[in-house]
Design a protein around this ligand. Sequence first.
Ligand code: EZ4
Ligand code: CO
Length: 402
Amino acid sequence: MQIKHAYTVVTSPGRNFVTLKIVTDEGVYGIGDATLNGRELAVNAYLEEHVIPCLIGRDPRNIEDIWQYLYRGAYWRRGPVTMTAIAAVDMALWDIKGKLAGMPVHQLLGGRSRDGVMVYGHANGRDHGEAIEAVGRYIEMGYKAIRVQSGVPGLDKAYGVGKGDLYYEPADKGLPDEEVWDTPLYLRHTPELFRKVRDAYGYDHHLLHDGHHRMTPIEAARLGRDLEPFRLFWLEDATPAENQEAFRLIRSHTTTPLAVGEIFSSLWDCKDLIQNQLIDYIRATIVHAGGITHLRRIADFAALHQVRTGCHGATDLSPVSMAAAVNFGLWVPNFGIQEYMRHTEATDEVFPHNYRFVNGFMEMDEVPGLGVDLDETKAARYPYQRAYLPVARLRDGTVWNW
Ligand code: EZ4
Ligand code: CO
């Protein structure tokens, strides 16, 4: 069996997605997500110019060999563009293998460890009142776990506050927007937000929060402490993690569980965090960390250190990624939680899928492969539109972490 051809599809049903399709000489095909928010065309060119020509003629069943060929064989290792491209190939090959076997990918990985994967939704509002109301709507929808983000009085914009109710999308068309950020203001208002949410709804639901890299380690330590009475499921991206040592300081001050890793591209980004048990949840995800083949390695290493998975799953990860994540989450023994942001209806139509939200959990049937497809006719209706994530600056103009 050989890979006969492969190509990418760029589509923008509300936001940009890059999808790789690999077709075999026997007609079986697989798809993989290759979307890197704000840098979509870099991955597209990496695949078209440098990866696809090397795939033609290879045996698509040799997933591990192709992974090693693309990782070691490039000489230049790691990095988000490379690892997203490798992930797209890897996902498509697992999809093909599942279809050949007549089994879902979670069966190939080792079968089901659970019936469904717990997901968390995104309640947010321009102020505490709106955010608290939004939490109520997520509880009504059946969510067991809810991330809460609110605007901060005195700031025009804050991370995680959407324009509409259900479809949070951080990227904007055109060149990057710039937003002003003020950490002391945020630190003053955030514990109060969680006190009000607990007062309103009690302690029966898991609450999560994303600091989105804005704090220094000592600021994050303070927030973690201040949030302890409200029993968070996790505080995410408390501080940037290029320096993995930075988490030691946060860890030594607070028992609020810590999650990090949505921008990691390999095990090497989280090796120290995991082996020193500086975090509780690893958020590395299939599409940005080298596919199922590599995320499985990260998860197995994490399991040795009692760190559980909490994969990224924002709207910039396509339904192909979500289908892969649900398969992975059904299997992985040290599963923690899966992020889930609803895609627009147009996106769901371009990517018909089997996974579905049932009472706080994502479920899927025993369908061969990943259980997701790409409708290329519909995809062609939505041409690429340049879009970027915002850039943050402090009040004096200094560029900060968005
Ligand atoms: O900002 O996916 O936890 N989720 C997040 C996301 C990220 C976007 C960046 O592309 O932090 O909203
Ligand atoms: Co995040």
